[in-house]
Every structure is written in C-alpha cells, then in structure tokens.
Design a protein around this ligand. Sequence first.
Ligand code: AMP
Ligand code: GLY
Length: 427
Amino acid sequence: MNVLILGSGGREHALARACARSREVGKLIVAPGNPGCAAVARTRAVDLMDHGQVIALCRQEEIDLVVVGPEAPLVAGIVDDLAREGIACFGPSRAAAQLEGSKGFAKDFCREFGIRTAEYSRFRNREDARAYIRDRGAPIVVKADGLAAGKGVVVAATIEEAEAAVDTLLPDSGSAGAGLVVEEFLDGEEVSFFALCDGAAATPFASAQDHKRVGEGDTGPNTGGMGAYSPPPIMTPEMSDRVMREIVMPTVRGMAVRGTPFRGVLFAGLMIGKDGPKLIEFNVRFGDPETEAIIERLTDDLPRLLEASAKGALPRIAPHFSADAALTVVMAARGYPGEPLRGTRISGIEQAERMPGVVVLQAGTRREGDAILADGGRVLAVTALGRTVSEAQSRAYSAVDRIDWPGGFCRRDIGWRAVARERGHNS
Ligand code: AMP
Ligand code: GLY
C-alpha cells in the first residue's frame, strides 16, 4: 500500500513513524512534511488547499491511501474531491467534517441526537448575545462558530469578559456566515477521546490529556497544546464504554441517519464531571500533541486500521495499545502563542533520541544545511514511554534537557494530574 500523509506537524511525524514501521506500506510520502518526517518518509511540497495538486501527486506516486492530518482540508472537502477520483482517503467528507467546522452545527446535532453537552444558544446579533449572557450570568463560554485554530473560544469568568468576547468574536454584527455560540461553563476534568469510525461502526482508539494553557499550573493564554500524556487515569474501561455508548455511537448513527456517514477519527473533547462525561467539542482529525503520545503506545498496524476506516471495514476488535504510559512535552519558540521567534538554531536532538524510549517529533522546524532551525510556534514534541506517567515524565524532561535551544521554552509540569495521583497511590 502506497501511503500519502498530508500535513506538516508533530502529529504527521508521529503518523509517519507508525506507517514506516508497517510491513503493509510500500511508498510513504508526507506532504508537505518537515525535516523530522524526512527521516522516515519522502517529503513533497504541496499546497493542501489546492486539491488538484494533491490529486496530481496521488496519480504520479500511485497512492493507495491518503491520510489527512489537519482539519482545514477536511472542512474544505478534500476527501470528497479525492473520492471522485477514486482515491481512498482516511478522514470525513466535507459534510461530516461540519462536526468540527461549525460549532453551531455540532451543538444542534447534539441536541437532535441526545448527546450530552453544555446548554447553549446561537447568535448572529451582538445585542441578543449580550442579553443572553446577562440573563445566564458568569462563568460562561463564548465561541466563534467557524474554524479558528484554537483562538475562537473565550471561557469568561465575568459578564464583562463575556461581553467583550462577543465584540471580538462577532465583529460585523448581522453579517451572513458569521455566528456565535454562547454556552454553559462545564466543570470537571478534560479528556481527549479518539474513536475510529467507518461510517457505520466505531471502535475506541485511545485517549489522552492535553495541556492547553501556555503556563505552568494551567495558566495563561490557550495554545494548540503544550503537552499530553496517555492513558489518562480517569479514562477507566467503564468510562470508555460509557463514552462510546453515550457520545460516539449516537454520533455515528446520527451522521448516518442524516445521510452524511462519518469516516475517520472522531475526536471528542470531553469534560468528565460529577455526573459523567459531556461533550465540549468535536474534532474530526487526530489531536496534536495527543497523537504524538498515543501513537507511541499503539502496538497494532496503523495503516491497516486507517485503511479499514476509510473503506467501511473496521475490525470488530479494538486496536491494541501497550500498557506503558507515554508523555509528550511540547517545546515552543519564544513568543508563542503570540508571534514566535523564527530561525533560531536547535541542537542536541540526536543526543535526546539516544535515550531509551525517547523520540523527538518535529513540528515547526526547517533544515538549513546540517542545522535544524525553529520555524513555527510549536516546534518539537519530545515524547517518552515509561511504566508509569511519572517515569515517562522524568524521561521526557531528561530528553528535553539534552536539547540545546536557547530560542525555545516548555512547561515543566506536563502530566501533573496523573503524576500527583500516582504519588498519592504510592504513599
Ligand atoms: P474548544 O476550542 O472548544 O476545544 O475550546 C478550547 C478550550 O476551552 C477547551 O479545551 C476547554 O478547556 C475550554 N472550554 C470550551 N468550552 C468549555 C465549556 N463549555 N466549559 C468549560 N470549558 C470550556
Ligand atoms: N490538542 C488539541 C487539538 O488538537 O485540537
């Protein structure tokens, strides 16, 4: 099977490593990829929003399966365009990608199919949104309807903050296309839950906990994710069954009933509160940096699973993962999540990777001669396995300490919840 992975982050590097391990894979190409991907696959420059370019690449390289990393091409209908050319693609159609592409669509869908989520209302008018906020009180959450790369959500502690968010997130009141969701604040512990779906069936893949805030102790502005670990202790087998029963399967059935069957990976962002799991949001692709941690634990053949999902033939048995924990520390360029410092030199990646159970996944990097330079916000995803989250954490930070990169920074407390739990059990 010739496989083409689309994307250029740490997630795609992780997917490429897993595909490179598989005996099923002939050619392996990542487009556009990054220097990390280039160590395990061929990379090709391509504009992911130009589907004609992607189709031409598939023809030229006789690609049997395309795996789409990021959400933007999915929402833009790349799977539909490839399917029309007879090319199998892992990921949802444009219609099914609306689960991530429009928060309003996702909320209405949950209401229609009885999936538990925060109470909400949709607005196209600022004044109505403000009135609703004043009526409900704070804390309250304001979200832009469309894709916003993590910048479209404000968890407001006060009514004033929520009203200010209405102004920033709905700049031209009343215009067609723009919209807001205002919803109830959910309390609890967040989990990223991944399920593979083939249009009719679904199987749990794995779950992880992400650290979205830039600062230690989960403080400061939101980011794409500063680190993750898997498995999260809160996701017991019973909880996983419940999430499949109450959230994933009703979603798969609902999308089939609507005539837009969901294929690909359904990423349910969950809040686990006192009365069980509720959906925060859907994503229709693998999480980043969750995937970097999860994929290192997968013991089954990844490309075979992705192909089965794409072709409507998922096996009944859930994929297998090692009992080890995996933990990923994101190293970001100074300035992130604002404007990141570009072009600073990174050394020590090989020294870090010489440690057992450690892999340094590359995200925002570029190669210049022999040097690896920072070229984005989130730059490296340093990942380690261990028997416990504590062990994975201490290995990951030993690896981080071997990387010499004055232009970068990371949080030093990734995994703190699980580590605190493990300490509690041992004392
Ligand atoms: P989203 O882009 O929807 O994942 O939102 C970004 C982050 O905002 C989530 O990961 C949560 O931490 C937080 N968040 C979103 N919606 C809610 C909510 N209803 N209650 C509490 N926190 C939320
Ligand atoms: N880490 C969260 C996401 O991929 O959206």
